[in-house]
Design a protein around this ligand. Structure first.
Ligand code: NDP
Length: 389
């Protein structure tokens, strides 16, 4: 069966947002879209962005500078930027001089667009760079997003947005103050199988959702890496992988969780997991009695998102890969063309900047998710049911 996405729930959300900006807030509660409306309830670019978009005149593509040339920047984002229509790889920011030559020759980057963490702030004087994309370890996101905003650049920040809600607040405030847009690297909002989960759930194609399950885990390697250091990662697999399950629950239900319980898994490798959890399970309560059970681990493989509703079920497994999703419903297989999620995500942001429209994955959504991550950790530590406000 070859199903097409007939109505894109997030396009509709965009529409609702625009409507709300122009005609007040009356439309926001429509059709269970309130989670998207509340996350989108910002006009990040504001008037200043209007001016900058117009003054770009005939400029066709926006320049992106990647900050932190690690696995994701080098393995996914830079190659994706060779496929984008509205933006291109214009510069890099790195703390490792030995990486520079390879990047320069591979991507034809001029010396003037290559920065270190020390001279990064002078990027403000570089008109080639419109957008700074922060791809650093989690606890460093806040500093570099704020410095990028102060340098007058629009910003994309990788997930999780930060390791505390307080940092998220500062990042959002810095971008607002600078009149610049902020988005989070939530690539699955541009991936057809996950979009279909959102459509089926939010449009209640199989009726009301009763139960959801999601799991994301893999076996982590090098015990010395930053992902296992609390000060750099903010936590373990929940911060890195469990956040995808949280996202999946929210875009599939179109709702926000109201309470959570959580249990840490047993640690079987104390060398790796001295500072962070090895695995974790949590149960979100959503409005209407929906229970969503999430699992994450750095010692087991899982990669799924599933909803059970009154009149059927729908799932994606694997759900969170860069490509290779497989999906099915109680009526049969899903069949969508695979896309380059990162190219679509960055193109969408560049288009949002150029057209002064909000991004579907704004800083407010990143902040919301960091709030959920913290609620899960609190529930894990206390063993109590934690209400989410
Ligand atoms: P890596 O460890 O591969 O790369 C991180 C890079 O950050 C390093 O190569 C280095 O770049 C720079 N860096 C600066 N300071 C430090 C430090 N103290 N310790 C380690 N690295 C440092 O990480 P990833 O690329 O996998 O992850 C980076 C971010 O991207 C994370 O927030 C992660 O959650 C997110 N991510 C998102 C994915 C997605 O699908 N959306 C997938 C993978 C990661 P340099 O040498 O140039 O200074």
């Amino acid at each position: 069966m070859n199903r097409k996405i007939i109505s894109h729930p997030w396009s509709r959300r965009q529409f609702i947002h625009n409507l709300s900006l122009n005609a007040g807030m009356a439309a926001l509660a429509m059709n269970g879209m309130h989670v998207f409306a509340s996350c989108n309830d910002n006009n990040p670019a504001g008037e200043q962005n209007k001016t900058s978009a117009m003054s770009k005149g005939s400029k066709k593509k926006l320049g992106i500078a990647l900050v932190g040339l690690g696995g994701y920047a080098g393995g996914q984002l830079a190659p994706a930027l060779q496929q984008t229509e509205h933006c291109y790889l214009a510069g890099i920011v790195t703390g490792t001089p030995s990486k520079i030559d390879t990047w320069k020759s591979k991507y034809n980057l001029p010396d003037k667009n290559i920065y270190s963490y020390e001279n990064f702030d002078s990027i403000k004087d570089n008109p080639d760079i419109d957008i700074v994309y922060v791809v650093l370890p989690n606890s460093m996101h806040a500093e570099y997003v704020i410095r990028a905003a102060k340098a007058g650049k629009h910003v994309i920040c990788e997930k999780p947005m930060a390791i505390t809600v307080e940092d998220c607040d500062k990042m959002i405030a810095a971008c607002k103050e600078a009149g610049k847009m902020l988005s989070i690297g939530y690539r699955l909002h541009f991936e057809p199988y996950n979009l279909e989960m959102a459509r089926l759930g939010q449009k209640k194609v199989y009726g009301n959702i009763k139960k959801m399950n999601a799991g994301f885990g893999f076996t982590i390697g090098n015990p010395a890496q930053w992902r296992l250091k609390k000060d750099l990662a903010g936590g373990g697999p929940l911060m890195d992988l469990g956040i995808y399950c949280i996202q999946g629950f929210c875009y599939t239900t179109g709702m926000e969780p109201i309470a959570v319980r959580a249990q840490e898994g047993k640690k079987t490798d104390m060398e790796k997991f001295r500072e962070v959890e090895q695995s974790l399970s949590w149960q979100f309560e959503f409005p209407g009695g929906i229970v969503a059970e999430g699992k994450t681990s750095y010692a087991d493989s899982m990669n799924n998102l599933r909803a059970e509703a009154d009149k059927g079920w729908f799932e994606v497994d694997p759900a969170y890969n860069y490509s290779g999703q497989r999906g099915a419903t109680s009526d049969g297989a899903m069949d969508f063309k695979h896309v380059n999620q990162q190219a679509k995500q960055m193109d969408d942001f560049a288009d949002a900047v150029m057209n002064n429209r909000p991004t579907p994955v704004p800083g407010e959504m990143g902040r919301r998710d960091v709030k959920y991550l913290q609620a899960i950790y609190k529930a894990m530590r206390t063993g109590e049911r934690v209400e989410i406000k």
